[in-house]
Every structure is written in C-alpha cells, then in structure tokens.
Design a protein around this ligand. Structure first.
Ligand code: TRP
Length: 338
C-alpha cells in the first residue's frame, strides 16, 4: 500500500470533532438550536472535544477578566443541561491545557500578518465593539489561537455557526502552511454547520443578549409567559377575524423549532383562515417551550445541588485533552526539528 492510500484511510477513519465557545454569559435557545444541538448529536457518532474558550474571551474582555471566571461554570452547566455527556465528550477549559499556548506560539511564527488583517471578522468586530480597544496583538492573532485549539486534536470536523466559517478556513490555511514547511502532519478540518435551524430573537432580529431579545436555557415559566405575550405577530392582522400570514410573524419560527409537524400545519392553515387567534397560538407555543425547557431545569437543579460536579467534569476533561495535546506537541516539535 502506498503512503498516500494509508493516509487517506487514516483520514476516512478520522471521526473527530472539536469546538469551543467563549464564556460570555448565560446561553439562550439561539445557542442551543444554532450550535449546541449539533454538538449533542455529534457526540453520538463521533469522538468529540468541547472546550470553554476562556483565553479567547480575554482578547476582547482583557480589561475585565474577573467576569470571565464567573461565567465558566455557568456555561458548562448550560452545556450539560442541554445534553452534553462528559462520558462521551471531552469537556475542558482551554486555559487548563497550557499546551495550547506553546502550539499557538509555534504557529504564530509561520502565519503571515496579512492573512490576519484580511480576516473578515477582524475589522468587523473592531467596529462592532468600538467602545473597546481591540488594536492589540492578541486580538489580531485570534484566528491563530483558534487554529491552535482545533488542530491540536487533529480533527476532521469543527461544528460552528456560520459566523465562524472564515476562521475555519484560516485554520485550513495555517495547517497547510505547517504541512508544506515541515511535512504532512495536520489534517485540514472542515466546518460542520448545524442543518439550517433558524432561531431568531423575540423581536425577529438575531437572538442576542445585547438586543435583549433572548430566551435563556435557564428561563422559567414566570418570565417566559410575559415575553411570549409581548411578541409581535403578523402586524397586518389587526382584528381577531383578520386572516394572518405565518411568514410575517415573529412567533411562527419557534413553532417550526418546537411544535410537532402536524400541529404546525394546523397552525398555518388556522392562521391564514383566521380560525386560530394569536392568543391561542401563543398558548400552544408557551406549552411547547415549557416542555422543551423543563428537563433542562430539572437537570440544572441537580447540578446546583452538586457544586463539585462541574469542577470534576472539567478536571477529567483536562486530563484527557492534555494527554492528546502533549502527543501533538511532541510530534510538531519533532517535525520542526526542535
Ligand atoms: N471563535 C469561536 C466563537 O467566537 C470560539 C472558538 C474558539 C472556537 N476556539 C474555537 C470554535 C475552536 C471552534 C473551534 O464562537
């Protein structure tokens, strides 16, 4: 067998996925349908590594690092209640595996600054977060750090949202450059997008904490009910007897995510014929949301009773991740002749 076939066989067998999330506050159902649901599904069939990207959070929050620390256990809890299983997935904190810092340094040597300056998220984030000074070396190097996090585990897949695709593209380029300079070692991983789940915010814009239009995973019925009640439906439907159009309704996309297919069909026709009013439609949704969130609240109550558990999960994850990271670094150093 030629080296080439051996290598492609190895690649075909590589069923590993790596992804991370910045700890920036409580997760909401937009995170769930956009990313977490995908993570939970992947752990069934793949070897999965999920980490808290706390060093990434520092790139924009370096003036207020203490807050990052508070968010870490809360985010891990959100992951666990959403269905991540620490037996199946390696769940860890980026800064616990210092090997990321060394590989980042090595990769920074071979990454052209022009690639980083051209990264579409670079200028975009600087403009969006104009109140912060993001003209730093660390922020410019964000994609190198992300590349490190990924190729450290030599995965095939990177499950992320659409906004992260340019970073995965950069990961492939940096991996290719390493391979070109020192010999083939890193696979070129691919973005693995969540199958087109659309979860807009309560007001129809992108769901985001900064728009104050979210439904958090930890949300109880007491705060949920008024949020749903206050949502805009088809604004052309002024009176109860007026027919409506689900396509023009902020509520309807949630039915698509949470309500059974046949009921969705009834809702559509009921709305268009005015047989179903918005108040009743909201009742149906509130019930489905309750059913969707209840098991998460139950799991969270358990976790809250066992504060040591999250720490143990992260410690066990660190051990597994670090074993892998040390192997990668050993090889990378060797290939570079260090
Ligand atoms: N950049 C990602 C985000 O902002 C977080 C992240 C850091 C990441 N390192 C990663 C995602 C590695 C996937 C793989 O959401």
């Amino acid at each position: 067998m030629t080296a080439h076939t051996t290598e492609s066989l190895a690649h075909a067998a590589n069923n590993r996925a790596v992804s991370g999330m910045r700890p920036t506050g409580a997760l909401h159902i937009g995170h769930y349908f956009g990313v977490l649901k995908n993570w939970v599904a992947m752990q069934e069939t793949m070897q999965t590594y999920f980490f808290v990207a706390d060093w990434h959070a520092l790139t924009s929050e370096y003036e207020n690092p203490a807050r990052i620390k508070e968010f870490i256990p809360e985010m891990v809890k959100d992951w666990l209640v959403a269905g991540l299983d620490p037996e199946r997935s390696v769940i860890f904190r980026q800064s616990d595996v210092k090997e990321h810092a060394e590989l980042h340094l090595l990769l920074s040597m071979l990454t052209p600054v022009s690639w980083l300056e051209r990264c579409p998220t670079y200028k975009e984030m600087q403009q969006q977060l104009a109140e912060k000074d993001l003209s730093t070396y660390g922020f410019l190097g964000y994609p190198v750090l992300m590349t490190t996090d990924i190729i450290m585990y030599r995965p095939r897949w990177v499950p992320v949202g659409q906004d992260q695709v340019p970073h995965v593209e950069m990961t492939r380029e940096i991996a290719r450059r390493f391979n070109h300079l020192y010999g083939h070692f890193f696979p070129e991983p691919e973005a693995h997008l969540t199958p087109s789940a659309k979860c807009p915010g309560l007001d129809g814009r992108k769901m985001s904490k900064s728009y104050n239009n979210t439904i958090q995973l930890r949300e109880g019925m007491d705060t949920l009910a008024p949020k749903i009640k206050g949502m805009l439906t088809d604004t052309a439907r002024v009176r109860r007897a007026d027919p409506g159009e689900p396509k023009n309704c902020n509520l309807y996309p949630y039915h698509e995510l949470l309500t059974e297919k046949d009921v969705c069909a009834e809702i559509q026709s009921g709305c268009r014929s005015a047989a179903l009013g918005c108040v009743d439609c909201k009742k149906i949704l509130l019930e489905r949301l309750g059913l969707f969130l209840a098991p998460m609240q139950e799991r969270r109550a358990h976790l809250d009773e066992n504060p040591a558990y999250v720490r143990e999960v992260l410690e066990a994850g660190r051990e597994r991740a670090q074993a892998e990271a040390q192997k990668t670094l050993h090889h990378a150093r060797e290939m570079m002749g260090l």
